[in-house]
Design a protein. Structure first.
Length: 229
Protein backbone atom coordinates (compact mmCIF):
# COMPACT_ATOMS: atom_id res chain seq x y z
CA UNK A 1 0.00 0.00 0.00
CA UNK A 2 1.16 3.53 -0.75
CA UNK A 3 -0.83 4.82 2.17
CA UNK A 4 0.99 4.84 5.50
CA UNK A 5 0.03 3.49 8.85
CA UNK A 6 -1.53 6.31 10.82
CA UNK A 7 1.02 8.03 13.08
CA UNK A 8 -1.01 7.16 16.17
CA UNK A 9 0.23 3.58 15.90
CA UNK A 10 3.88 4.55 16.29
CA UNK A 11 4.22 5.29 20.01
CA UNK A 12 2.78 3.85 23.17
CA UNK A 13 1.58 7.24 24.37
CA UNK A 14 -0.26 8.07 21.18
CA UNK A 15 -1.75 4.58 20.98
CA UNK A 16 -3.23 5.10 24.44
CA UNK A 17 -4.49 8.51 23.34
CA UNK A 18 -6.14 6.96 20.30
CA UNK A 19 -7.73 4.22 22.37
CA UNK A 20 -9.30 6.87 24.61
CA UNK A 21 -10.99 8.63 21.70
CA UNK A 22 -14.68 8.11 20.91
CA UNK A 23 -15.37 5.72 18.04
CA UNK A 24 -15.60 8.47 15.42
CA UNK A 25 -15.21 5.93 12.63
CA UNK A 26 -18.26 3.95 13.74
CA UNK A 27 -21.80 4.34 12.37
CA UNK A 28 -23.14 3.13 15.71
CA UNK A 29 -21.32 5.93 17.54
CA UNK A 30 -22.93 8.59 15.35
CA UNK A 31 -26.42 7.05 15.51
CA UNK A 32 -26.22 7.03 19.31
CA UNK A 33 -24.86 10.56 19.43
CA UNK A 34 -27.56 12.01 17.18
CA UNK A 35 -30.33 10.05 18.89
CA UNK A 36 -29.32 11.34 22.32
CA UNK A 37 -28.79 14.92 21.11
CA UNK A 38 -32.25 15.31 19.63
CA UNK A 39 -33.27 16.23 16.12
CA UNK A 40 -32.91 19.99 16.54
CA UNK A 41 -29.38 20.18 17.93
CA UNK A 42 -26.74 21.75 15.70
CA UNK A 43 -23.03 21.27 16.20
CA UNK A 44 -20.35 22.96 14.13
CA UNK A 45 -17.12 20.99 13.87
CA UNK A 46 -14.02 23.18 13.52
CA UNK A 47 -15.70 26.29 12.16
CA UNK A 48 -18.55 27.87 10.22
CA UNK A 49 -18.82 28.39 6.49
CA UNK A 50 -17.48 31.90 7.03
CA UNK A 51 -14.37 30.47 8.71
CA UNK A 52 -13.41 28.61 5.55
CA UNK A 53 -15.02 30.90 2.96
CA UNK A 54 -11.77 32.27 1.53
CA UNK A 55 -10.93 28.79 0.24
CA UNK A 56 -14.37 27.24 -0.18
CA UNK A 57 -16.57 30.04 -1.52
CA UNK A 58 -14.94 30.50 -4.96
CA UNK A 59 -15.45 26.80 -5.68
CA UNK A 60 -19.03 26.80 -4.39
CA UNK A 61 -19.92 29.79 -6.55
CA UNK A 62 -18.99 28.08 -9.81
CA UNK A 63 -20.02 24.50 -8.99
CA UNK A 64 -23.09 22.93 -10.57
CA UNK A 65 -22.90 19.74 -8.49
CA UNK A 66 -21.53 19.69 -4.94
CA UNK A 67 -21.22 16.65 -2.68
CA UNK A 68 -21.13 17.43 1.06
CA UNK A 69 -19.51 14.40 2.70
CA UNK A 70 -20.35 13.55 6.31
CA UNK A 71 -22.61 16.58 6.57
CA UNK A 72 -23.52 16.00 10.21
CA UNK A 73 -25.83 18.51 11.86
CA UNK A 74 -23.54 21.48 11.21
CA UNK A 75 -24.89 24.85 10.04
CA UNK A 76 -22.00 24.80 7.54
CA UNK A 77 -24.07 22.53 5.30
CA UNK A 78 -27.01 24.93 5.27
CA UNK A 79 -24.77 27.65 3.85
CA UNK A 80 -24.34 25.62 0.67
CA UNK A 81 -26.72 25.90 -2.31
CA UNK A 82 -29.94 23.90 -2.07
CA UNK A 83 -31.12 21.02 -4.24
CA UNK A 84 -30.42 20.02 -6.91
CA UNK A 85 -26.98 21.64 -6.70
CA UNK A 86 -25.89 20.02 -3.44
CA UNK A 87 -26.09 16.42 -2.25
CA UNK A 88 -25.53 16.07 1.51
CA UNK A 89 -24.79 12.65 2.92
CA UNK A 90 -23.92 11.07 6.23
CA UNK A 91 -23.52 7.55 7.55
CA UNK A 92 -26.21 7.97 10.23
CA UNK A 93 -29.83 7.28 9.21
CA UNK A 94 -30.97 8.78 12.53
CA UNK A 95 -29.45 12.10 11.50
CA UNK A 96 -30.57 11.97 7.86
CA UNK A 97 -34.19 11.31 8.83
CA UNK A 98 -34.13 14.36 11.11
CA UNK A 99 -32.46 16.61 8.55
CA UNK A 100 -34.83 15.55 5.77
CA UNK A 101 -37.82 16.43 7.96
CA UNK A 102 -36.36 19.82 8.90
CA UNK A 103 -35.08 20.82 5.46
CA UNK A 104 -37.30 19.31 2.73
CA UNK A 105 -35.80 21.69 0.15
CA UNK A 106 -32.44 19.94 0.44
CA UNK A 107 -31.28 16.47 -0.56
CA UNK A 108 -29.98 14.40 2.36
CA UNK A 109 -29.13 10.73 1.89
CA UNK A 110 -27.63 7.98 4.00
CA UNK A 111 -24.29 6.93 2.62
CA UNK A 112 -20.88 5.44 3.33
CA UNK A 113 -18.01 7.54 2.01
CA UNK A 114 -15.94 4.41 1.35
CA UNK A 115 -18.55 3.41 -1.25
CA UNK A 116 -18.83 6.70 -3.10
CA UNK A 117 -20.56 5.45 -6.24
CA UNK A 118 -23.37 3.90 -4.21
CA UNK A 119 -24.08 7.33 -2.70
CA UNK A 120 -23.67 9.58 -5.73
CA UNK A 121 -25.01 7.05 -8.23
CA UNK A 122 -23.08 5.30 -10.97
CA UNK A 123 -24.58 7.57 -13.61
CA UNK A 124 -23.33 10.71 -11.83
CA UNK A 125 -19.78 9.55 -11.18
CA UNK A 126 -17.45 11.81 -13.10
CA UNK A 127 -19.91 14.74 -12.96
CA UNK A 128 -19.16 16.22 -9.52
CA UNK A 129 -17.59 19.68 -9.50
CA UNK A 130 -16.81 19.97 -5.79
CA UNK A 131 -16.48 17.53 -2.90
CA UNK A 132 -16.39 19.04 0.60
CA UNK A 133 -15.09 17.20 3.66
CA UNK A 134 -15.14 18.80 7.11
CA UNK A 135 -14.06 16.14 9.57
CA UNK A 136 -14.89 12.97 7.64
CA UNK A 137 -11.30 12.12 6.74
CA UNK A 138 -10.43 12.72 10.39
CA UNK A 139 -13.11 10.25 11.48
CA UNK A 140 -11.78 7.60 9.09
CA UNK A 141 -8.22 8.08 10.29
CA UNK A 142 -9.42 7.59 13.89
CA UNK A 143 -11.31 4.42 13.03
CA UNK A 144 -10.43 0.77 12.41
CA UNK A 145 -8.90 -0.24 9.06
CA UNK A 146 -7.97 3.40 8.52
CA UNK A 147 -5.56 2.90 5.62
CA UNK A 148 -7.94 0.70 3.60
CA UNK A 149 -10.94 2.92 4.30
CA UNK A 150 -9.11 6.12 3.37
CA UNK A 151 -7.90 4.39 0.20
CA UNK A 152 -11.47 3.50 -0.82
CA UNK A 153 -12.75 6.95 0.07
CA UNK A 154 -10.14 8.92 -1.88
CA UNK A 155 -10.39 6.59 -4.87
CA UNK A 156 -14.15 7.16 -4.93
CA UNK A 157 -13.75 10.94 -4.72
CA UNK A 158 -11.27 10.88 -7.60
CA UNK A 159 -13.67 8.88 -9.74
CA UNK A 160 -16.61 11.13 -8.84
CA UNK A 161 -14.97 14.42 -9.82
CA UNK A 162 -15.53 15.88 -13.25
CA UNK A 163 -12.38 15.79 -15.42
CA UNK A 164 -12.09 19.57 -15.55
CA UNK A 165 -9.59 22.12 -14.23
CA UNK A 166 -12.28 23.72 -12.05
CA UNK A 167 -13.02 20.51 -10.12
CA UNK A 168 -11.85 20.31 -6.52
CA UNK A 169 -11.87 18.26 -3.34
CA UNK A 170 -11.53 20.38 -0.19
CA UNK A 171 -10.69 18.80 3.16
CA UNK A 172 -11.06 20.83 6.36
CA UNK A 173 -9.27 19.17 9.27
CA UNK A 174 -7.28 19.46 12.46
CA UNK A 175 -4.58 17.30 10.86
CA UNK A 176 -1.17 18.82 10.18
CA UNK A 177 0.63 18.32 6.89
CA UNK A 178 2.70 15.38 8.13
CA UNK A 179 -0.45 13.43 9.03
CA UNK A 180 -2.64 14.29 6.02
CA UNK A 181 -0.46 14.81 2.94
CA UNK A 182 0.66 11.19 3.22
CA UNK A 183 -2.93 10.30 2.33
CA UNK A 184 -3.94 13.15 0.03
CA UNK A 185 -0.80 13.79 -1.99
CA UNK A 186 -0.41 10.51 -3.88
CA UNK A 187 0.75 10.08 -7.50
CA UNK A 188 -2.27 7.88 -8.27
CA UNK A 189 -4.69 10.67 -7.34
CA UNK A 190 -5.65 13.16 -10.07
CA UNK A 191 -5.07 16.36 -8.13
CA UNK A 192 -2.42 18.68 -6.77
CA UNK A 193 -2.72 19.80 -3.16
CA UNK A 194 -2.53 23.33 -1.81
CA UNK A 195 -2.37 23.68 1.97
CA UNK A 196 -4.01 26.59 3.77
CA UNK A 197 -3.69 27.50 7.45
CA UNK A 198 -6.99 29.07 8.47
CA UNK A 199 -7.01 30.86 11.85
CA UNK A 200 -9.49 29.59 14.39
CA UNK A 201 -11.89 32.41 15.28
CA UNK A 202 -10.91 34.00 18.58
CA UNK A 203 -7.84 31.79 19.02
CA UNK A 204 -4.15 32.64 19.16
CA UNK A 205 -2.43 33.37 15.84
CA UNK A 206 -0.65 30.02 15.78
CA UNK A 207 -3.86 28.06 16.42
CA UNK A 208 -5.19 27.10 13.00
CA UNK A 209 -7.35 24.70 11.02
CA UNK A 210 -5.72 22.96 8.07
CA UNK A 211 -7.46 23.10 4.71
CA UNK A 212 -6.26 20.87 1.88
CA UNK A 213 -7.43 22.22 -1.47
CA UNK A 214 -7.07 19.36 -3.94
CA UNK A 215 -7.26 20.81 -7.45
CA UNK A 216 -7.90 18.63 -10.48
CA UNK A 217 -4.86 18.18 -12.68
CA UNK A 218 -6.00 15.12 -14.63
CA UNK A 219 -4.57 11.64 -14.65
CA UNK A 220 -3.38 9.15 -17.21
CA UNK A 221 -5.53 6.58 -15.41
CA UNK A 222 -9.05 7.99 -15.32
CA UNK A 223 -10.27 4.77 -13.75
CA UNK A 224 -8.12 5.71 -10.75
CA UNK A 225 -7.52 2.23 -9.39
CA UNK A 226 -7.03 1.90 -5.65
CA UNK A 227 -4.56 4.39 -4.25
CA UNK A 228 -2.73 1.57 -2.52
CA UNK A 229 -2.05 -0.33 -5.73
Amino acid sequence: SLLPTHPSTTTGVSVLYRMAQPAYGSKEYWDARYASAGADEEFEWYGSYETFATVVAPHVTRASFIVDVGCGNAPFSLSLPKSPTTLHFDVSPVLIDALTARHPDRTFVVGDCTSFASVVGDDRMGTVDLVLDKGTLDALVCGPNAVANVDRYLTGVAQALRAAPTSAFIVMTYGREESRLCYLDQPALPWTVKVHHVPKPGAADHDVHYVYECLWRGSSERSCKGVSE
